[in-house]
Design a binder for this molecule. Structure first.
Ligand code: MN
Length: 240
């Protein structure tokens, strides 16, 4: 091997190392990969019984929300991607170019993914944010109370139907925002972009039976059924 070749190999190795280092510094979605590869063969089970979140989210709402609304999004998404380039594409990749895919794929794909995510971050009996997530919350919002207020306001002020989100941005900090309809922060058309670690569904179908028009009461109740273990896990997986 002559000296030129050795130099070139060294430069190539240094370049690859720099690329690798830069890539490993980015926000990853590794623990959301199972979310990105959501099955289009089988409608996923609800991870608990319909009455598991009583009295904050009632069993009748959960049953209708999961078994009718969510299932319809799944069925319509499967029908919309059938025979298209999106049929075998992981849903995270579909979202990354969803503005080209058309409204049926965007709305039903969002409706499918967002609800799987929502069920997962709900639960009872968890302690709260981990020390790592608490530090990030305090840095971004000043305090936990201020974070709750900001998130609740995003949920209250979303006009019409949609979702509020806590996301990890590309610089690994936290941000709060909302999206309309079934849009989410993984979609290329979304003005809010990042990796979601917490969400609330503020479509009326999520709360109308128990709370009628009082969206603020539903949002207040939501804080009793946040599955902080899962939110903590998603945060660590996203920033590591
Ligand atoms: Mn919903």
């Amino acid at each position: 091997m002559n000296i030129n070749l050795i130099l070139k190999s060294g430069l190539a190795a240094a370049f690859l190392f720099a690329v690798f280092t830069a890539m490993s510094g980015q926000v990853t979605n590794s623990k959301n990969i199972d979310m990105e590869n959501l099955s289009t063969k089988e409608f996923p089970a609800l991870p608990y019984a319909y009455d598991a979140l009583e009295p904050y989210i009632d069993a009748m709402t959960m049953e209708i929300h999961y078994d009718r609304h969510h299932r319809a999004y799944f069925n319509n998404y499967v029908a919309a991607i059938k025979g298209t380039a999106y049929e075998n594409m992981p849903i995270g990749k579909v979202f990354a170019e969803v503005s080209k895919a058309g409204d049926a794929i965007k709305n039903n794909g969002g409706g499918y993914y967002n609800h799987v995510f929502f069920w997962r971050i709900l639960g009872k009996g968890t302690a709260g944010p981990s020390p790592e997530l608490s530090t990030a919350i305090n840095k971004a919002f000043g305090s936990f109370d201020k974070f709750k207020e900001t998130f609740s306001n995003a949920a209250k002020t979303r006009f019409g139907s949609g979702w509020a989100w806590l996301i990890v941005t590309t610089d690994k900090s936290l941000a709060i925002g909302s999206t309309a309809n079934q849009d989410n922060p993984l979609m290329d058309n979304s003005s809010l972009k990042g990796i979601p670690i917490l969400t609330i569904d503020v479509w009326e179908h999520a709360y109308y039976l128990k709370y009628q028009n009082k969206r603020a009461d539903y949002i207040e109740a939501f804080w009793n059924v946040v599955n902080w273990d899962e939110v903590n896990r998603l945060y660590m997986a996203t920033v590591k």
